[in-house]
Design a protein around this ligand. Sequence first.
Ligand SMILES: Nc1ncnc2c1ncn2[C@@H]1O[C@H](COP(=O)(O)OP(=O)(O)OP(=O)(O)O)[C@@H](O)[C@H]1O
Ligand SMILES: [Mg+2]
Length: 395
Amino acid sequence: MSNIIQVGLYNAEASSSKELSGQIQSLNLVRLVSQVGNDQDLANLLENSSIQVVFFHLDPDHAKTIDLIENVAQRYPDIAMIALSHESDPEGILAPIRAGCDQFVCEPVEPDDLAAALARVMSKRFQKKGTSRCICVTGASGGAGTTSIASTLAMEIGQLTGKRSVLVDLDLQFGDLAVNFDLDPKYTLHDAVTLGDDLDGSVLENILTPTHCDVSLLPRPNNIEQVEHISPDAIHHVIATLRGSYETVVVDVPRHINPCSFAALGQAEKILVICQLLVPSIRNANRLVESLKKLGVLNERIEVIPNRCGSSGGRITVKDLEALIKRPVYACIPNDYLYVAQSIDFGRPLSSGDKKKNPVREEIRMIAKKLVEGPEDETEPTDQRRGLFGRLLSK
Ligand SMILES: Nc1ncnc2c1ncn2[C@@H]1O[C@H](COP(=O)(O)OP(=O)(O)OP(=O)(O)O)[C@@H](O)[C@H]1O
Ligand SMILES: [Mg+2]
């Protein structure tokens, strides 16, 4: 399964044809299958291709194009539609939406607007619904505690649900998830990616590395040279396949926003931004949250979690952090260096085999509970602005 979006363009205005098709073609992960300028060609295109989205240029004849949109909406309810026009008065925007368009983009078209509109459509119409959840954990600063938290969270969710969860190391160059579990895995993300379309649920079973707790691991590639063979599309495919077989996929996402991390972030029901109560870290947390929102991620999908709270000497409080990020934090993980460092050194993430209560572990367990038992509408948002497809699509 590819995550390239097949789109068509209906445009009866010859003068804008080159510019509009160029703008659509410049979107990432989009293939413009064809541009058509009349009803017959549009009908052929819809009948003979697997188009997912059609862009309708309303100009010059709005009434005619809106009739067409109405027809397409009735005959092809699974095809999404985006209207484009120079006219942006309220009635001009409402008419195509009433006829069945999902989005309206005003001309002259800004590349980001086009990408954002497509992102919203893809999220609303095509993002996989179901019982599986993808949780991305990413750090606002290096060493914020992302890997420790992602590992423990995956274990806690596995324990809570009684279903083995999967932990993916997307820190492709220097990830240390396998080391955290004291494992020397046979197969890695590179092997999963190399399988391409042959990768399915049963093959995955063999590729994943089991751990001593309720987690299976898909570690980073063995060699740094292998990283260049891993495309965003391949990562998207691997995570989507994992979601087909496992209820929970937790991804340790490096803090660099790039197409490979987008491929995971775009599928996440929750993105947990881990920071520390230090000025650079909370500034970066704020920047990360803001840019995720700009990329089209629903606000409710992003959560900020300060780690190592209460460490001595810190002047910044959780309240300061909340004021800056303008939202309550999702949780507050206390500081316990000895406990966390020992867990890492012994290859035994926080909760496994440990009968004693520890505040760090307890807080991560509480996060796991919130994620698993969270309100229905948190996992099935009704808002249209889902996913990170926006910036993924924008070159
Ligand atoms: N709650 C905590 N209390 C005390 N120390 C912690 C806590 N969480 C993490 N640490 C320590 O912080 C260090 C970094 O942790 P970790 O590797 O999980 O961070 P990271 O964000 O994944 O780092 P990187 O940016 O290198 O990937 C480790 O030494 C770990 O022991
Ligand atoms: Mg890490």
